[in-house]
Design a protein around this ligand. Sequence first.
Ligand code: UD1
Length: 416
Amino acid sequence: MEKLIIVGGKKLKGSIPISGAKNATLPLICAALLLDGKLILDNVPELKDVYTLMEILSSMGAKTQFSDNHLEIDCSNIENTFASYDLVKTMRASILVLGPLLTRFGKAKVSLPGGCAIGSRPVDQHLKALESLGAKILIEEGYVIAEGQLIGAEVYFDMPTVGGTENIILAATLALGTTVVNNAAMEPEIVDLCKCLRSMGANIVGDGTSVITIEGVSELNSSKHTVMADRIEAGTFVIASAITDSNLTLTNIRKKDFSSILSKLTQAGISLVEDENGVTVYRDKRLKAVDIQTQPHPGFPTDMQAQFTVLNCVADGVGTVEETIFENRFMHVAELNRMNANISIHGSHAKVVGNCKFKGATVMATDLRASASLVIAGLVAEGTTTVERIYHLDRGYENIEAKLQSVGASVTRITS
Ligand code: UD1
């Protein structure tokens, strides 16, 4: 089992390159399944989740080659349309193979992903949307068994679901006729997916808004796409810089990529200055605690909630953090309290009392963003913090310890 050992209290200096976005990469890899040809992706982060999805595609007969953040996927010779529980259970986004397989081959058998640490996370909206396009869907022994020729239709989501929106877009690209997705999620990663699909010959308009229209085409062509920057990784390093009173510069990212957290950064006393080198983080003498409520894009992202909780811990005042997307996303709170934070949970709200002096402790990572919050708390803590179960972190942060070491942090990975 690997752990990170962090000796806190060091000021950080220099620049960190931001990787390609995990949440954009995963649906883009699934888009390759639509093609009787090759999809080439650049700026692909080397992450556990990327390797898991490559393994799922390989198990179906896809040929993949991945090095130096350059990924080539050839799905010309798909032999089966089956995704096993053993592979799917480790990563919920695997359900995104369902739409492409069904639309290209008329059938698919994909394991249900099951629950995960941050909540029950059902896929009912994905299935309902595919049924609107005429899919026949059965659930048997934990597997989604889907078949049928897809025909464009109106789709209405009960809530803006990121994965559900991506799955139906992927399916609709090769469906007969026009699909209109209502109450679609508007995340930038969906826009990146549509940009790539358009380069493959898909006919899509409205991505980035709540109504997306897809006119099905009979086939797509080989293409090349560069994955967008990871706005959540970048946001995590902004908070790391601010709480350690540093001025990190983040490269490969633009200020506009921070739009959903910008107003909360400003309220907290953090400013971002963009120049030709990247985006540099500045802060007021004192940070101020902020109230946040997680929302679908363009609202405040749930994937930045844990990191802002850490910010509130060290800032002046009291901040309230409300989680509205996932029902169980406060597991970092107990661990932060073990590091001397003063946070109390009341239902979906956490009250964070500021001016805490974090003290190093052994803490356990429980999910991806919770892990990141523990690492950044460790950077500012007095003494040594040991973060256990960092496999969660490796699912979503490329070379995090190397990036932090390069700006002067004391972060070491050990295997026990
Ligand atoms: C994606 C992101 C994840 C982020 C989340 C919310 C990826 C790979 N993951 O996850 O990092 O935290 O968006 O921004 O992009 N829901 C249903 N039924 C469904 C689908 C969703 O009830 O069929 C609910 C979920 O339980 C949740 C809400 O809808 O309460 C939003 O979930 P969704 O946007 O689908 O999240 P993911 O796509 O799983």
